[in-house]
Design a protein around this ligand. Sequence first.
Ligand code: ADP
Ligand code: ASP
Ligand code: MG
Length: 410
Amino acid sequence: MARIVQRIVQKYGGSSLGDIDRIKRVAERVKAARDAGDEVAVVVSAMAGVTDQLADWVREVAPLHDAREYDVVVATGEQVTSGLLALALQDLGVPARSWHGWQLPIHTDDEHGVARIREVRTEDIERRLAEGEVAVVAGFQGVGSGGRVTTLGRGGSDTSAVALAAALGADRCDIFTDVEGVFTADPRIVAQARKLDKITYEEMLEMASQGAKVLQTRAVEIAMKHQVRVQVLSSFADTPGTLLVDEDEIVEQELVSGIAYSRDEAKITLVGVPDRPGVAAAIFGPLADANVNVDMIVQNVSADGASTDLTFTVAKADLEPAIAALERVNRDLEFKALKSDSNVVKVSVIGVGMRSHAGVARQMFQALADKGINIQAISTSEIKISVLIAEDYVELALRALHSAYGLDSR
Ligand code: ADP
Ligand code: ASP
Ligand code: MG
């Protein structure tokens, strides 16, 4: 019986394409999928470290740079690997060509540096896929409304891959990376972390948005919305990875599925803020106007009925603009002092099982207390609890929580 042709999108991350030998090995892997009779589109990242280098150069030339030119520069990393992989495939006798974002095109909005995909046009590559040609698509990049190059935010080639898979109606989107799948915690920090065979879209969304950079958050959102079958797996091993699934596909749900951390946090405390209606709006309104996203918020009760302290967190890169906006506000508001601290980390425990079980937060606070770790702020959602702690304790906290929830591999 003839085999049904599958349409597969494969994405290779920076370390999988880290040097010429690795690119050749990726070509072998792509060839194997195509030789099995499948239609294969590949999305590539830049070689490991290249995007960092490009971004550093931009900052060296112009600290307050034009985001449109930043995109022109940082998008080049993926252009190199798309061409090299197409060449490596051709060298193996596989018909292949590279595609840049503007060539498909992948249309995005005009938020340079953090653009969102609006539409992926696939007519051209679909025709060629049917003829057996492999499409090698440069990840991380698209084209804005004015025809200028845009990029999708760091880690964005995951999003390129999932969006392409959705547009192609692909049977699967395989995200090849340098670990064997999604683990209960970052395996580079928690040696006892276990690979998950499956994780729900919802949990993966929280893990990603709380800092687990194994998938970009936006990629998970698109996968969830369009029901793309995403698998995360290693490009260095031949073991099955982690599949993103709906909740009903997991038979025995753990209470906590994973623990994530984010170093991209900065804490601001306003001391002696007048305690009267309208103050929160007067503080957070101007921050929103300055495009600063506020995450965790703690407001103390006012001891004297007249003033209170307000603590909140922002992304590290937003600390300076946040302080500038607050200093402008202070002319009317008159808080007593502004303190800031960038040496903080947010640690989050995530699990859909939390919805129906009490006591998860208590366990978290106890495990941290047992290690003498002070909690500076707390925030929760239905399936997640996050705490802010001093950066020095992040590894200790992750390992302690991993054991406390019984996640350690045996
Ligand atoms: P790529 O270049 O392939 O996109 P990334 O470096 O962006 O790879 O993402 C893979 C990395 O994500 C891993 O090397 C790992 O250190 C990190 N990571 C963080 N949290 C997790 C987790 N829960 N499971 C697996 N990897 C994780
Ligand atoms: N090369 C880009 C980055 O380093 C995109 C990606 O790797 O997904 O952020
Ligand atoms: Mg990545």
